[in-house]
Design a protein around this ligand. Structure first.
Ligand SMILES: O=C(O)CC[C@@H](O)C(=O)O
Ligand SMILES: [Zn+2]
Length: 543
């Protein structure tokens, strides 16, 4: 039966009722205790080997003109590292036999970033399978003063995952094994190269979810997620990786293995060293394994996609959601009308509600469908009745939930098909969050094509994107430092969740005081005195 929430709702707002298979949701494994892989048995290998260049469901990597070399487009000088020699290649071959890639075609995918705006010229890609191999590689490179670019799924948006010059690329693609999963605590221990979507599937089969979800899940590696402290779509509910990661293993620049792969909820034994590596973007060490706490899979998930007449109403809808949905609210995302037009135009996705200036996606995740439906019904009644929301649609079955999420998750992909994209990822006070978009629209002229705003409203995180037919230095000059100054004026962050990488390192001073930047530099020097790990990234540009 199709439940009726109330009479008098706009005809377009309707329940999409789940045709759920019993037991498909939230059924924990019946086996108690850890499912550690017994010695001699091959651990479960997750898919995703080889250099991954996909982000989400499609990649722009295979189309378009050749990408300009980073060192030609941007003012950056090569540091005095050694150049890889034939002898080095032979040594690498001894460390990772058969997994030393020098074929230019294969290297191309790893030299170019997903956005196709940065290109390095590395001549070698290494594919270790074990921590010991990573350790041997780094010990060797340290001895030889060779720079190293650690690489996961290469889905980053700030140029952190590709070489700037000829750094040796160290890929985690073959480090894709689950080490253990504990079916009572939900603790997952795995190698760094596991693809997020594969991990999600793995734990969902056991009644849990990975506390991280993002559009790039089909390609990104969990090690890269940690290295960039990826935020994503579930942060509102489960918090950041700084809370859900229990432990990690990292290899330092000189090859030392730092095994902090604990699975303890509580460990107050002095400095929390794992935090140094989370968000350090491979500049302090290479993360090789991860221990992460997975929450139980929710038994009922609902997604409402709503149209709002203005940004003030978006904010009030968020307040109403928090007040009326409470503990079941698991995501609150927003996008503007311009985003919707782009996903319609480039991806041929259909807008499920009446055209509106803004759209919000509200997700609830709970354990009892009737309870959640009642709460959500009350909220929607109020939101529609008071005019906060003008139209909406609701999904409870997985397929439709996915369809609604695609409208939000695939905006990045739609933008990348619109031409060159200038990306900003800022944290701002909620009241001012959209003013930056409005101000920029008034400021920019062609060649700017589209100025769009969307993001994780529940986390105060705006994704501001500007597209143009091709890269334009004058347009960049109109955007920067304006966007950073505007953000700093609100005491916001110039990088909410994407990290710093190569692209944002000149902007660090807008969000951190000089003393903090100096301490970052001192930590870098302590852990990587020769500076071989992911050089030209994350730290402020040296004078
Ligand atoms: O492309 C972007 O600017 C944002 C990408 C990602 O963080 C998202 O939330 O969709
Ligand atoms: Zn995001």
């Amino acid at each position: 039966m199709v439940p009726r929430l109330s009479s008098g709702w706009p005809s377009r707002l309707f329940w999409w009722r789940a045709a759920r298979t019993p037991g498909a949701h939230g059924q924990p494994s019946t086996r108690n205790g850890a499912s550690r892989v017994p010695p001699g048995v091959s651990p479960r290998v997750l898919a995703g080997g080889g250099p991954a260049v996909r982000r989400g469901s499609s990649s722009p990597s295979s189309r378009g003109p050749e990408v300009a070399l980073t060192c030609e487009r941007y003012p950056v000088r090569r540091l005095p590292f050694s150049v890889v020699s034939e002898e080095d290649l032979a040594s690498f071959e001894r460390i990772v036999p058969g997994r030393v890639v020098t074929d230019p075609e294969e290297l191309e995918a790893s030299n170019v970033d997903w956005l196709r705006t940065m290109r390095g010229c590395s001549k070698v890609l290494l594919k270790p399978r074990t921590t010991e191999e990573v350790s041997c590689i780094l010990r060797y490179c340290h001895g030889r003063n060779l720079a190293v670019n650690p690489q996961g799924g290469n889905t980053g948006l700030v140029g952190g995952s590709v070489p700037v010059f000829d750094e040796v690329i160290l890929s985690t693609a073959l480090m894709n094994q689950v080490i253990s999963f504990h079916s009572v605590s939900g603790t997952l221990v795995c190698q760094a190269g596991c693809v997020l979507e594969e991990l999600s599937r793995y734990v969902e089969e056991r009644g849990f979810v990975v506390p991280l979800d993002l559009g790039a899940k089909g390609s990104c590696h969990i090690g890269g997620n940690l290295a960039t402290n990826a935020g994503g779509l579930r942060l509102l509910r489960y918090g950041s990786l700084r809370g859900t990661v229990l432990g990690l293993e990292a290899v330092l620049a000189d090859g030392t293995v730092l095994n902090c792969l604990t699975s303890l909820r509580k460990d107050n034994t002095g400095y929390d060293l794992k935090q140094l590596f989370i968000g350090s973007e491979g500049t302090l060490g290479v993360i090789t394994a991860v221990s992460i706490l997975c929450p139980p899979k929710p038994g009922a998930v609902n997604v409402a996609f709503l149209g709002c007449p203005g940004f003030a109403e978006v904010l009030q809808t968020f307040s109403a959601c928090k007040g009326m949905l409470g503990e079941i609210l698991s995501a609150f995302e927003f996008m503007d009308a311009e985003c919707m037009r782009l996903v319609q135009h480039h991806l041929l996705l259909a807008c499920p509600v009446q055209e509106s200036p803004f759209y919000v996606l509200v997700e609830t995740s709970g354990s009892r469908a009737e309870h959640d439906a009642e709460k959500l019904g009350g909220f929607l009644d109020q939101a529609l009745g008071s005019g906060l929301v003008t139209d909406g649609t609701l999904a409870t079955d997985q397929r439709k939930v996915k369809m609604l999420w695609a409208l939000r998750e695939r905006i990045t992909e739609a933008l990348s098909r619109d031409g060159h994209v200038y990306k900003y990822d800022v944290s701002l006070p909620l009241d001012r969050l959209y003013d930056l978009v409005t101000d920029l629209r008034a400021r920019l002229r062609p060649p700017a094509k589209h100025v769009v705003g969307y993001g994780h409203l529940g986390d105060g995180n705006l994704h501001l994107n500007v597209t143009a037919e091709a890269f334009s230095a004058p347009l960049l000059g109109d955007l920067e430092p304006y966007v950073y100054e505007w953000t700093a004026g609100q005491r916001g962050s110039v990088s909410a969740e994407h990290g710093v990488g190569f692209r944002k390192r000149g902007a660090l001073g807008y969000s951190k005081p000089p003393e903090a930047l100096q301490l970052m530099q001192q930590l870098k020097t302590l852990l990587d005195p020769k500076g071989i790990l992911n050089p030209y990234k994350t730290l402020p540009v040296q004078a």
